[in-house]
Design a protein around this ligand. Structure first.
Ligand code: PLP
Ligand code: COI
Length: 337
């Protein structure tokens, strides 16, 4: 690990030494198993392969100045994975098994947690898949839960630098009453075509509109969206976006800073009224938006080449809590002992 260039690792898959697995068979979850292999062997009829019975999570562990490793809001990820499981009829994983597996995986791979000074972190990827075979469209009777980790830098290679986002009306990532509000693989498959086009055209991500009317903002490909209007933090309320734990945290921090928070339908035209905008998520952290280009209407909403003052304040507050540089008044952080 010593020769990893921590400051420039970017966001991508890397092997670590160990992963942790737990099988659901014959109506019960088994013991956690430790593996050194990055391979799994599954039935050719597994429902995750055919019918998308798959959910994943993303959270991070941070090494503080004090050398301690902290994880952020782990319980929220465990609960969201349960919601995802209910949404596509997979076996729900108890919160305690989720937490134990995450802590175990971090501890086994602790030398992969980047040093404080690098600004990088350890990305944790819990994964739940249907492994039992079905050929009719039915839920599996067997499941596999896994956790693996890797050191990562910023999701958008620019890091905390404003970048451009794009609106295309010809793609949806999720249907209004579909699975957009849970974290299942199908949503990401549905977002790839538009996402790759956006990258090829020089944008960080797509800013999706609501699929029903194309009138309101939904979210950015892999992150939620917010705008700043005067002293107000405005973020879309929608049945088809993922309830982002980062967004929930930023809303609380905005309130703590004396701002007003509005979670409501946000008409596309309101993009013209924001002084700043941002994308937020575990991987994206807070990524300031330089501009949103409405590709269909040939319009550009511009927010600035440098991060705005509210984004700077929210970003610093968030990462200072995550790295343990500031008190954690809301109890978001757990130290990995
Ligand atoms: N929206 C989508 C579609 C995501 O994949 C993610 C990432 O998890 C987010 C939003 C941000 O959620 P969180 O802040 O919980 O990571
Ligand atoms: C995350 O922020 O953890 C995500 O899951 C986003 C992306 C990597 C899919």
């Amino acid at each position: 690990m010593e020769n990893l260039d921590w400051k420039n690792i970017g966001f991508g898959y890397r092997d670590s030494d160990y992963n942790v697995r737990c099988y659901y068979r014959e109506g019960k979850w088994g013991e956690l198993e430790i593996s050194t292999s990055n391979q799994i062997s599954i039935h050719i009829g597994a429902t995750c392969l055919h019918y998308g019975q798959e959910s994943f999570e993303g959270l991070k562990a941070y090494k503080g100045k004090d050398g301690k490793i902290r994880v952020f809001r782990i319980e929220d990820n465990a609960l969201r994975m349960q919601a995802s499981a209910r949404g596509i009829l997979m076996q729900e994983l108890p919160v305690e098994i989720f937490k134990e597996a995450v802590f175990k995986t971090i501890k086994l791979n602790k030398h992969f947690v980047p040093p404080y000074e690098s600004g990088a972190s350890l990305y944790i990827r819990p994964l739940l898949i249907g492994t039992g075979p079905q050929i009719g469209v039915k839920p599996a009777t067997e499941y596999l839960f896994m956790v693996f980790v890797m050191p990562v830098g910023p999701y958008f290679k620019e890091g905390f630098k404003p970048t451009d986002y794009v609106i295309y009306r010809e793609y949806d990532r999720a249907a209004p009453l579909g699975t957009g509000n849970i974290k299942v693989g199908g949503n990401y498959a549905a977002s790839m075509k538009a996402g790759v086009r956006a990258h090829n055209e020089g944008y960080s991500a797509v800013l999706y509109l609501d699929a029903r009317e194309k009138k309101y903002l939904d979210e950015c490909g892999p992150a939620n969206f917010f705008g700043i209007k005067g002293n107000t933090y405005v973020t879309p309320k929608s049945e088809s976006i993922l309830p982002s734990i980062t967004n929930k945290s930023l809303r609380q921090l905005a309130l703590d800073m004396g701002m007003t928070v509005e979670e409501r339908k946000v008409p596309v035209e309101e993009l013209a009224e924001f002084s700043e905008a941002g994308a937020c998520g575990t991987a994206a952290v807070l990524s300031p938006v330089r501009s949103v280009v409405d590709a269909d209407l040939n319009k550009r909403y511009f927010y600035g080449d440098e991060p705005g003052p509210v984004c700077v304040k929210l970003y610093n507050k968030l990462i200072d809590i995550q790295y343990g540089c500031e008190p954690d008044p809301h109890g978001w952080v757990t130290i990995v002992e």
